[in-house]
Design a protein around this ligand. Structure first.
Ligand SMILES: [Zn+2]
Ligand SMILES: [Zn+2]
Length: 421
């Protein structure tokens, strides 16, 4: 529920101090010239809307009507279907076509004359079918610059994992506010390998690959109408262009795309000219799986690399190419590593499963999948402090909407401000 506010301190005195509600961090929506302060209430939230410029729609609303209820937002799974349904029933729309909202959402407004005087916003928080909208097609490739390195985030599509497993000890009542679960209690995750172009061309992780069968795709709710092949092509790259493949670890959602089957069914490296760099401890663990990690390690994803002679094992934290180094985090797996990218006085970090989504920046938001959660906690504490101080551009490999952003902390609460590209 969006509430137009003329006097923010007075509004906070009521909503926060008198009613005892919690005010989350604010978000500025530049295109609307508005700052929104989110106030979670059960599964919904209030949005205190403050104008940031005299020509803001909220400023005009305040001039005309004074402070008060501005609009309500209803979340839908498929905004196009909803708009078609409303049009068919003679409902007057302000937006016949959905437009881009914050964080990859799609939004459209219903005219108040059809909604008994209320401005109704329809919002699709995430894209269900990655082929369904221009916005999601654009988000398959996102470019950033760090010093003289070009970073290109690629989307290999989406899959689904149990929400409880993704958030460990965090109760569902908390995590489902951030990430809604489907009927099978699963949440949507993206796979976002990262290209680094500098002295050489590197890819960090490579998504799921295409060796899995229908049953696997059903269990993990794999949605990859557009995958790494499309994203690479869109970025203007061919598999031949990749000179270094860097593995954060060897779980299937990171290493599946390292190998492929050729026409004769033989397994071979997916990037024919590349050296593949894997941490030795991770290699040992992945080639000797046990009962607790077996479901994540598929030998076909990496053993063919050793057979083809393109595997390079590294023992310690070190520079892989100018500007790119690896740092062991442990936690998720004993030898899980992140990539730190530094150039021209700026730093970016590809943290992989240390913080798979923006929801995982909170200290206690640690995956149940992690083998050594206390190590994750320690690594995350140290990293986030560093990331805030050095204003690092942080890449979130599994976030369904945000490829990269900056971690901010305010009153002990952390959030991620998505990076503009
Ligand atoms: Zn993993
Ligand atoms: Zn993962």
């Amino acid at each position: 529920m969006g509430i137009a506010v003329g006097d923010l301190p007075a509004a906070l005195a009521f909503y926060r101090d008198a009613l005892g509600l919690e005010i989350e961090a604010s978000e500025e929506i530049a295109s609307q010239r508005v700052r929104a302060h989110f106030v979670p209430v059960g599964q919904s939230s209030l949005e205190l809307l403050e104008a940031t410029a005299p020509d803001s729609p909220i400023a005009r609303y305040l001039d005309k009507r004074g402070p008060g209820l501005h609009h309500i937002t209803l979340r839908v799974d498929d905004i196009r279907a909803t708009l078609a349904h409303l049009t068919l029933r003679g409902i007057r729309l302000i937006d016949a076509e959905p437009r881009a909202g914050a964080e990859g959402a799609l939004v459209a407004f219903v005219h108040p004359s059809s909604a008994h005087g209320v401005l109704v916003e329809i919002k699709q928080a995430r894209v269900v079918d990655p082929t369904s909208s221009v916005e999601s097609r654009q988000s398959a490739v996102t470019r950033y610059t760090v010093g003289n390195l070009e970073l290109i985030s690629l989307c290999d599509g989406f899959f689904h994992l149990d929400g409880g497993s993704m958030f460990g000890t965090v109760p569902k009542t908390l995590w489902e506010k951030r990430t809604p679960a489907d009927a099978r209690n699963r949440i949507t995750l993206a796979m976002r390998p990262l290209i680094v172009r500098g002295a050489r061309t590197m890819i960090i992780d490579a998504g799921l690959g295409d060796k899995e069968n229908e049953k696997f795709n059903e269990i993990y709710g794999v949605e990859r109408a557009r995958n790494l092949d499309h994203a690479l092509a869109e970025a203007g790259l061919a598999p031949d262009d990749i000179e270094i493949v860097l593995a954060t670890h060897l779980h299937f959602d990171h290493a599946g795309g390292f190998t492929m089957r050729d026409a004769s069914g033989r397994l071979r490296p997916r990037f024919p000219r590349a050296q593949y760099i894997v941490r030795r401890g991770e290699w040992e663990d992945a080639t000797h799986p046990h009962e607790r990690n077996r479901a994540s390690y598929f030998l076909d994803n990496y053993v063919p690399l050793a057979d083809a002679g393109v595997l390079q094992l590294v023992d310690d934290d070190q520079t892989i190419m100018p500007g790119v180094s690896v740092r062991r985090t442990g936690g998720h797996t004993m030898h899980h590593q992140m990539a730190v990218i530094e150039s021209g006085g700026r730093t970016a970090a590809f943290v992989a499963d240390l913080m798979p989504t923006t929801a995982h920046v909170g200290q206690a938001w640690i995956m149940g999948y992690d083998l050594y959660p206390m190590d994750t906690l320690a690594a995350k504490k140290a990293f986030v402090k560093d990331a805030i101080e050095r204003e690092m551009l942080v890449f979130f490999e599994h976030d369904p909407a945000v490829a990269a952003g900056y971690v901010k902390e305010q009153d002990g609460k952390r959030r991620v401000v998505p990076a503009l590209t």
